[in-house]
Write a new protein. Structure first.
Length: 348
């Protein structure tokens, strides 16, 4: 799958005030190896709204007791969420609003436009990072990928009508280019450090009284992401294989950074439905040495199970980290993902 580097023209979408992208400098007497030096927040809490769990997690780690956090989507799939009137009120009453953008939240642009008329500072992550454009496949009217190869057509005929396969007659759909900007930056520990920097800067700009508090927390969080990056480098540095099938195309940034190749069943959205042609292509790729399917607990898993039953591939769990529950820790789940990748890729 072709992935093209995409650089947004804007750096941060801000309504009401601006913020630079540098973590606030700390006084020289602050040492990061002192556990936050019992630093406490002061003043009234900032009202912060995040569109979904990864952003809420970052704000909670950086803002701590200095912020009151509202997680709009919560432990649900952000691809398939509609704003309620209460959600809109929460955004409009916030001091800071964080969204991922790049199509993850279908309503993101509308809410940012509304907040531009309010005294709300909005950060859209897609506007502060270098993103990747995914291209090279086609999708039918039912969102099924269509690779248009002869082997796939034969497989379609063989499995016509079977459960777990989409049956699209040739005259019933017309493929079109399924390009798109990959929004799944939160899975990349290096890109996540840049988001930490932007959040620290913005909170400090709005609430200068707690600049030191935000900076210390941000530095600690950055250290954790750097350690996670090193764990991925070490864990995936020497592997027997470089290819793995995944349930949907959420792990492209990880694949590019750590040098492996994804073969996704569904596209950038969990709502995408793979066609018989795509499943046939993946079956052929499985016969060329792929040993595992990494599957999330979502609607695409049934296709992963169908493919596994036909190919004999083993299914391993993976988590796109978009639907973290209150009791789940980002770094713990990310390391579980690393464990699955090491097995799937045969890493030492």
């Amino acid at each position: 799958m072709k992935r093209i580097l995409f650089l947004s023209a804007a750096l941060v979408v801000i309504a009401g005030c601006s913020a630079n992208n540098d973590v606030a400098e700390l006084p020289e007497n602050i040492k990061f190896d002192d556990p936050m030096q019992e630093q406490a927040a002061s003043g009234e809490q900032l009202q912060v709204v995040a569109s979904f769990s990864p952003l809420a997690y970052l704000v909670e780690q950086i803002g701590g007791e200095a912020v009151a956090m509202t997680n709009i989507v919560g432990a649900q799939d952000p691809h398939d969420y509609s704003l309620s009137p209460q959600d809109v009120v929460a955004f409009e009453q916030a001091d800071v609003a964080l969204l991922q953008g790049a199509g993850l939240e279908p309503w993101a642009q509308d809410i940012v436009t509304q907040l531009a008329d309010k005294d709300v500072t909005s950060i859209v992550v897609a506007d502060i990072l270098e993103l990747v454009e995914v291209d090279g496949k086609e999708v039918d009217e039912e969102h099924g990928y269509d690779d248009h190869d002869d082997h796939a057509d034969e497989h379609h005929d063989e499995h016509e009508g079977e459960e777990g396969y989409d049956d699209h007659e040739e005259d019933d759909h017309h493929g079109h280019d399924h390009g798109g900007i990959d929004p799944h930056t939160w899975l990349d520990p290096v890109l996540s450090q840049q988001v930490v920097t932007a959040i620290v800067s913005t909170l400090s700009e709005i609430d200068p009284e707690n600049t030191e508090f935000y900076a210390i927390n941000g530095a600690n969080l950055t250290t954790s992401f750097a350690a996670l990056d090193q764990a991925y480098q070490d864990g995936l540095g020497s592997c027997a294989r470089s290819d793995v099938i995944v349930s949907h195309d959420a792990f492209g940034y990880l694949a590019e950074r750590y040098g492996f190749e994804l073969h996704p069943i569904a596209g950038l959205s969990t709502l995408d439905v793979p066609s018989a042609q795509t499943l046939a292509t993946l079956k052929g790729e499985a016969e060329e040495g792929i040993t595992h399917i990494l599957a999330e607990e979502n609607s695409v898993k049934r296709f992963a199970e169908t493919l596994a039953s036909e190919t004999g591939l083993e299914i391993l769990p993976i988590n796109a980290l978009a639907e973290l529950g209150a009791e789940e820790d980002y770094f713990e789940v990310a390391r579980q993902n690393l464990a699955s990748l090491k097995v799937a890729l045969g890493c030492e």
